[in-house]
Design a protein around this ligand. Structure first.
Ligand SMILES: Nc1ncnc2c1ncn2[C@@H]1O[C@H](COP(=O)(O)OP(=O)(O)OP(=O)(O)O)[C@@H](O)[C@H]1O
Length: 242
């Protein structure tokens, strides 16, 4: 990690697609290492929020910035501090696990490539599959390769769109341990997830519905305010109330 201050800001972020309001006035302010979960039903705006934040999509209204740089003006220096794992893998099935991660290391122009690749492989516990071609791996394993590619340059703002889909519970737990390690090392980690129960791993959760922030709070506060036994029930209750 390069060090330096990390921050993520959104003010009134909104995006329409024709008549569909995908995102409607979302505010986020993160200025210290934290794991922020993005939760919400299908179509609630999680991916749209991520794409606007990363400058991959222009908002219809509002502003956002990463490490103080407006999303639509992110240059190479700031992008080099961001790790993004999209919902659909951007990896190569004819290359081996190690070759895929090395390819991303080269894209980032890392000088300590070999070491960075081995560190990323060990982070996702794929050292023993490093020479296997991706086309021979299961979906969950490919998800982990994609995560290794996302983290190889040691970013300090990490944005993960549904990283744990198709990953078994044991590996999911280990991925969350890894995210917490990154946070403890100084990173902001933003993770969208379908598995509402998994949001217990986050410091705070932003719960979206129909593009709007229904609530943003710590997992404990969600449980306390709803009186629910687990986060999944708490969120279902919020959806019914909201
Ligand atoms: N490129 C697009 N063109 C038209 N509509 C879009 C586009 N992208 C998203 N939408 C719409 O915007 C809304 C929010 O979609 P988005 O993908 O952000 O939700 P999501 O919470 O990430 O959903 P999921 O959990 O299913 O991935 C949905 O109604 C979706 O159909």
């Amino acid at each position: 990690m390069d060090g330096g201050d990390v921050s993520v800001d959104c003010v009134g972020l909104s995006r329409k697609f024709g008549p569909t309001v995908a995102l409607d006035g979302v505010d986020i302010r993160l200025d210290e290492p934290e794991i922020l979960g993005l939760a919400g039903p299908n179509g609630s705006g999680k991916t749209t929020l991520i794409r606007c934040l990363l400058g991959l999509l222009a908002p219809s209204a509002g502003t956002s910035a990463i490490n103080g740089v407006p999303s639509l003006e992110l240059g190479l220096a700031t992008r080099g501090r961001i790790g993004f794992m999209p919902q659909r893998e951007a990896v190569y099935s004819d290359l081996t696990v190690r070759q895929n991660v090395a390819f991303f290391a080269r894209l980032y122009g890392l000088s300590n490539r070999r070491e960075a690749v081995e560190r990323a492989l060990s982070f996702v516990e794929l050292g023993d599959r490093a020479d296997d071609r991706l086309r021979t791996l299961s979906g969950g394993l490919i998800r982990r390769v994609s995560l290794a590619c996302t983290l190889v340059h040691d970013p300090d703002v990490i944005v993960l769109d549904e990283p744990t889909v198709g990953v078994d519970p044991v590996l999911r737990a280990s991925m969350w341990r890894g995210f917490r390690e990154r946070r403890d090392d100084g990173a902001i980690v933003i993770v969208s997830t379908h598995y509402l129960g998994e949001a217990t791993n986050c410091d705070r959760v932003l719960f979206l519905r129909d593009g709007r922030t229904l609530a943003v709070d710590t997992p404990d506060a969600f449980l306390a305010s709803t009186g629910a036994a687990d986060l999944e029930s708490a969120f279902l209750e919020l959806l019914e109330e909201g």
